[in-house]
Design a protein around this ligand. Structure first.
Ligand code: PFF
Length: 474
């Protein structure tokens, strides 16, 4: 068993693993997707359901996936196969690993496109702030002298310019490939240990800024006053998909990172920390964004345009808005990068293990293939805007290429893979092996196993079913 770790090193400490795993978890999902979904689905009710899913399903699954990776010691497919073999089960369970790797690969393709938008805004807000700085006014508002239409128009201009979008997407993918090609210890771990602390500092700074200059009270009540009439099967499906996406579950990332963890690390508290940190960042991101949105009377339900259009407009009438806007997009960039490397690492580790390729060649091969799909996503905003990949299916009838891949992975593939993880770890994997890997005993183990073996399969199946067939309820 060569193992992907051998091809790139392993984590040098528990802290390094936690930073890398939190880095994988904290990303566009927390800062772009979570506030967007909370905004669209009425705030408090969505947040509450989301937290429920994280505590009851997400955190137990994080532990399940890391332990599968560590016990299996290879890429996602090889690890599941090894655990199945050691448990006397069919090796066909490796299909679970394959499903995860495919999801991670597809997510990577559109993730780098959205990250490219972030780069676009780093460039625009950077130009804006440095302009103000050289003009002697470092605390200027953002995009001084521009109308609201001009500011929001930046996004439309980007969407209508496929060459620019593809160039930015390519740049982001190239950085991702470069880090993964450098190895687990020298690339992924190093990136996480620099970028994550920097990210946290910037996040706290912008949140404090928002609390003082924005409408913090309104943001708090928006995020924590639940209106249960807003809950529908579709919203539950959305919240579950988001919990899985945000925790990097079911997409090969965590399973693969688990394989690089040393046997001494106690997995249960580590998994709990990862889930808690990810959720805290999602909530902080909401508390960073909504006070600013409310301060200038904008709509929290702006959808995907929330951070790209609504926020820049808000920054244009807030003190030091140019500087804060620039910092805000740099912070998202750091978060997105530590996630995209985990998305690339899953399939890359598999290519290394399965075909014996060297790490750099594997990373380039996988990255370039995902990049091609990303190009199609980017073109879906201009020349291919009529393309409906799954147009025959009512829930995807009106979604462009990127949204279709996002929706299909988030609503279907991730829940399905999570269901299989729960069934495999809860019922098929050897009980002693599992118990030993978790490090849990007594009541804690019984509770964890109940959540994984019973609650996860039932809850995920129900949500999946009603999310896919909303008419079932009549
Ligand atoms: N968790 C990341 C985010 O919230 O942006 C996205 C992600 C990374 C999903 C890695 C899946 C994964 F394996």
């Amino acid at each position: 068993m060569a193992g992907a770790a051998a091809a790139g090193g392993g984590w040098s400490s528990r802290t390094a693993f936690i930073l890398a795993a939190v880095g994988a978890a904290v990303g566009l999902g927390n800062i772009w997707r979570f506030p967007t979904l909370a905004g669209e689905n009425g705030g408090g009710a969505f947040v509450l359901v989301y937290i429920g899913f994280v505590v009851l399903l997400g955190a137990p699954l994080v532990l399940s996936e890391i332990l599968l990776g560590r016990a299996g010691g290879e890429d996602a497919i090889g690890s599941v196969r090894n655990v199945a073999r050691a448990s006397g089960r069919s090796e066909r369970w490796r299909g679970l690993g394959a499903l995860q790797i495919t999801s991670g690969f597809l997510i990577l393709s559109f993730y780098c496109v959205v990250a490219g938008w972030v780069v676009n805004y780093i460039l625009a807000s950077g130009e804006d702030w440095f302009g103000a700085l050289f003009a002697g006014d470092p605390f200027a508002m953002a995009f001084d002298g521009e109308t609201q239409e001009q500011i929001t128009g930046r996004m439309g201009a980007l969407f209508g310019d496929p060459i620019r979008m593809i160039a930015l997407h390519s740049a982001f993918m190239a950085i991702t490939i470069w880090i993964v090609a450098s190895g687990v210890t020298d690339g992924i771990e190093k990136a996480a240990t620099w970028l994550m602390p920097a990210f946290f500092v910037l996040l706290v700074m912008v949140t404090i800024y928002g609390a003082f200059t924005g409408d913090f009270g309104r943001a708090l009540s928006f995020m924590f006053t639940p209106d249960f009439s807003k809950l529908s099967p579709g919203v539950l499906n959305e919240a579950l998909g988001q919990a899985l996406f945000s925790l990097s579950l079911a997409a090969g990332g965590l399973l693969t990172y688990g394989a690089y963890v040393s046997k001494e690390v106690n997995l249960a508290p580590t998994a709990a920390m990862i889930a808690a940190a990810d959720t805290a960042v999602a909530i902080l991101a909401g508390l960073m964004i909504f006070p600013i949105v409310f301060a200038v009377g904008l709509d929290p339900a702006a959808g995907p345009a929330l951070i790209f259009q609504t926020l820049p407009v808000a920054f244009s009438s807030m003190p030091a808005g140019a500087l804060v806007g620039f910092v805000f997009f740099v912070l998202i960039f750091f978060a997105a990068l530590t996630s995209s490397i985990s998305l690339l690492e899953g399939p890359t580790a598999w290519v290394i293990d399965a075909f014996g390729l060297k790490r750099p060649s594997a990373a380039i091969l996988v990255g370039l293939t995902a990049w091609l799909i990303g190009v199609a996503c980017a073109l879906g905003y201009s020349v291919w805007s009529d393309v409906r990949l799954l147009g025959f299916w009512d829930i995807f009838a009106n979604t462009d290429i990127l949204d279709t891949i996002d929706g299909f992975t988030g609503k279907i593939m991730l829940p399905l893979a999570a269901l299989l993880v729960a069934v495999f770890v809860g019922w098929r994997a050897d009980r002693q092996l599992v118990e030993r890997e978790t490090g849990l005993s007594g009541g804690a183990f019984v509770l964890w196993r109940f959540l994984v073996a019973w609650l996860c399969p039932i809850a995920v199946s129900v949500v999946l079913l009603f999310g896919l067939f909303p008419n079932l309820l009549g």
